[in-house]
Ligand binder design. Sequence first.
Ligand code: SAH
Length: 251
Amino acid sequence: MTGKVFLVGSGPGNLELLTMKAREVINSADVILYDQLPGEKVLSILPDSAEKIDVGKYGGCHTMEQVDIETLLVREAKAGKKVVRLKGGDPFVFGRGGEEMETLREHGIVVEMVPGVTSGIAVPECVGIPVTHRSWASQVTFVTGHEDPEREVSLIDWEWLAKSQGTIVIYMGAKNLQVITELLIKSGKVPETKIAVIERGFRKDQRVTCGTLADIGETATRIGVKPPAIIVIGEVVNLYRDGSEGAWAQR
Ligand code: SAH
């Protein structure tokens, strides 16, 4: 009999933010495909009873291709196993969960999604930055910063984004920070617009760096900002207070 695949979100990295459903599914899995994004706290509770495959560094140290991950998911499910594909945050928010669901459907495999707490909301939240606020932001846009913003046909409308009101939350933008901020300014966003970069949210070495669109690129290069990081742009950044990040990060 064909097995089943669960696309499971593990939340932003703290065990207490892993849902009960995620935990239940993880505990009863035959095989778990994971990468490093869920973080060591979550990865430390994967049960001995399950076979665990690190698809982040499969067969050596290089990352396994997406197509190979999907092939593996199909193969394990066809072998009759209960398969968990564990992903940081939520599986459908920049997690390629949608693509995996489509492939599994094409193969007639039953797939169930287990939503997770997405980092783009939770990471700013834990340092006191609300992505929406009645006075400051009535809309929020989630954007990937991974796409090279200078490539000829960008799927992101930077001009529209620069004009948009409210908050911009960028995932996977740490490496492109300088290019992204320059592009937003070039597209008409005020250079003094506030920006916060939160690296490794919910981890012990979490770091928050605030600035403006004009100066954050230089600061980030100087202090060596690295992924994973969430970038928040907009008035809500003013609500950040140094030290407010304490409680969650210490756990
Ligand atoms: N599906 C995930 C996002 C995957 S894309 C989610 O819903 O959160 C990977 C990006 O997520 C990283 O580059 C970073 O921008 C962000 N991210 C995930 N966990 C994070 C964390 N604990 N701290 C900071 N950024 C994080």
